[in-house]
Design a protein around this ligand. Structure first.
Ligand code: FAQ
Length: 311
């Protein structure tokens, strides 16, 4: 056999096999997955903050219960994802330190403020909608533990998307003021939501290799297009206007053409200069510091237990 390990790995992935934690894999495959999965985990956990801002001010008991359940689901998603990254040999403590130091990224979208109740609608509808488009593809990613985590996460995200759309629909069908709130939230969240898919394909340094290894199965631009095509009719249905004057149906292509994204804003936000970056990291740092005593207690207990068992 003259094939190298790398070639055999590629052939294995090309044949649609799943890579499992103990299988041989190229070091760069492992590193790419740790990067992506840990950043995905951080996004889920940081992503709890913008919505947590409204739990105490939800307009009814029902909406409060639903929002609470959704935010709790996001904590769960973060936990599955940190565990998936651990199967690749990543250390949880290191991942958290990289988040807090600003070395690891998390989704740009969570650096925008939530200034009205309508933002809870816009986040569920648009942000979870974008997350689903991306994650449905990731259910078929080549790394087994990540793919399996995505299946459950997608089911929960569909519930989140519907709860957000329901809030938007209620507001859009309410008083003039409520309708204006919904439109304002759509105006503020639309562009950041379509930035979530990442840079244009030609400016995406990781895409080519990740597509080859079947970590990613659709490109950033393909997913962005799918999301736009699915979402525009939903906005029309509830009588809201997408804030993009260049948006129009392209009969020939069978999809929407859309306006230029403000890439300068995107890169500023991922560099740490978005409206809420500092606030989000400060909140995570505080949670980390406040949790120190419980981590210490859990470790001391685990040590005591293992000593007791060894005796
Ligand atoms: N924000 O070469 P590419 C959720 C970075 S959903 C920040 O294209 P790649 C659910 C990228 O990391 C959100 N950074 O990179 C929820 C790379 O930098 P690096 C989370 C971004 O990896 C809903 C550089 O730009 N979902 O949390 C962004 O091939 C509601 C170059 O980009 C996931 O993470 C961005 N938007 O493709 C929770 C999905 N876009 O790492 C609460 C999994 C790009 O080299 C409430 N991730 N960058 O320093 C992925 O599918 C991919 O990583 C992409 C980026 C598509 C995000």
């Amino acid at each position: 056999e003259t094939h190298s390990l790398e070639e055999r790995f590629q052939a294995y992935v090309d044949a649609e096999n799943k890579v499992e934690p103990k299988d041989w894999m190229p070091e760069k495959y492992r590193k790419t997955l740790i990067r992506q999965i840990s950043q995905h985990a951080h996004s889920e956990v940081v992503g709890m903050l913008p919505e947590a801002n409204w739990i105490t001010r939800a307009p009814s008991l029902r909406s409060k219960l639903i929002l609470l359940a959704k935010v709790q689901d996001e904590a769960g998603h973060g936990l599955y994802l940190y565990s998936a990254a651990e199967t690749l040999g990543a250390d949880r403590e290191d991942m958290i330190k990289d988040l807090l130091s600003g070395k690891a990224k998390y989704s740009s979208i969570f650096n925008y403020p939530t200034i009205s109740w309508a933002d809870m609608g816009a986040i569920g509808w648009l942000v979870d909608g974008a997350a689903i488009a991306n994650q449905v593809m990731l259910c078929r990613t080549s790394y087994g533990p990540y793919a399996r985590a995505m299946v459950r996460i997608c089911k929960e995200e569909s519930f989140h998307q519907r709860q957000g759309y329901e809030i938007m629909m209620q507001l859009a069908r309410g008083s003039e003021e409520q309708k204006a709130m919904a439109q304002d939230a759509l105006n503020r969240w639309w562009w950041p939501s379509i930035m979530m898919f990442g840079p244009r394909d030609e400016d995406s340094p990781n895409s080519a290799q990740s597509m080859k290894w079947k970590i990613k199965r659709k490109s950033n631009d393909e997913l962005r297009q799918e999301f736009i095509d699915k979402t525009v009719p939903q906005a029309e249905f509830i009588g809201l206007t997408i804030p993009d004057p260049d948006l129009k149906w392209n009969e020939e292509k069978g999809q929407y053409d859309y306006g230029e994204i403000n890439w300068e804003e995107f890169y500023q936000v991922i560099k740490g200069n978005g409206p809420c970056n500092a606030q989000r990291l400060a909140a995570r740092q505080k949670a980390y510091d406040d949790g120190k005593w419980i981590r210490e207690a859990a470790n001391a207990y685990a040590e005591k237990e293992s000593k007791r068992k060894a005796e």
